[in-house]
Design a protein around this ligand. Structure first.
Ligand code: ZN
Length: 215
């Protein structure tokens, strides 16, 4: 199982400095909530679908996680010299809008060439005008070789997750209690915001203005 196909891996902890820098930015203080519009784009060959209920549960998961309300996991954050994550939990406050997902934020594209290995692959196979210009585009499809999720780039406005990861704790996707609780999407959105893995040497800058009307 490849958890995330977004990038390469090497040892690097500078990402934590990046996270701390982000907290210092005035528009990311804890009392300001950033509203980021989202659109879910299901790309399917007809052999599978994802229900509105599943997507709503998934949407709840990302909203909980980015507001620091994922109480089932907060105590699992490592807090040692190599991975001092506890001090940065639950900040900034990001809200993916609308809070309650409706059918208007969901598009379904029928396409026979699945097993995508990159977001570019997907975008090359869907009609122009499908994407949300300002906001976050989330592709739900079947990915290659059991990749769970991929961000388009770091940072970017688009990511893709395998449809079997969509759900939450109560209503997990096909991957069940291991990878079906909706956390793959939360992970990939982190990449969209400019965060890299602690074990990646990739340098990046976060530009939330990609997602927001206000620069
Ligand atoms: Zn990743």
């Amino acid at each position: 199982m490849i958890r995330c196909g977004s990038h390469t891996s090497e040892s690097d902890i500078e990402n934590l400095n990046l996270l701390r820098d982000q907290r210092k930015l005035s528009h990311l203080t804890a009392d300001v909530i950033l509203n980021i519009p989202v659109q879910y784009i299901i790309v399917t060959d007809g052999s599978f679908t994802v229900t509105l209920n599943q997507l709503q549960k998934q949407h709840q998961v990302i909203n909980q996680i980015y507001k620091g309300e994922n109480n089932d996991d907060l105590d699992q954050l490592p807090n040692n010299s190599k991975y001092p994550y506890q001090p940065i939990k639950g900040n900034p406050n990001i809200s993916f809008t609308p809070q309650i997902l409706t059918i208007e934020q969901i598009k379904i594209i029928t396409n026979t060439s699945l097993n995508y290995s990159s977001v570019n692959d997907i975008e090359n196979n869907i009609p122009n005008g499908t994407k949300l210009a300002k906001g976050l585009n989330i592709y739900v499809t079947k990915l290659e070789n059991q990749i769970l999720g991929i961000a388009k780039s770091i940072p970017s406005q688009a990511c893709a997750v395998d449809y079997r990861t969509i759900g939450n704790k109560e209503v997990p996707g096909i991957f069940g209690n291991t990878y079906g609780q909706g956390k793959t999407l939360a992970h990939e959105i982190g990449h969209c915001f400019g965060l890299v893995h602690p074990f990646s040497s990739a340098k990046c800058t976060s530009r939330l203005s990609l997602f927001l009307d206000k620069e």
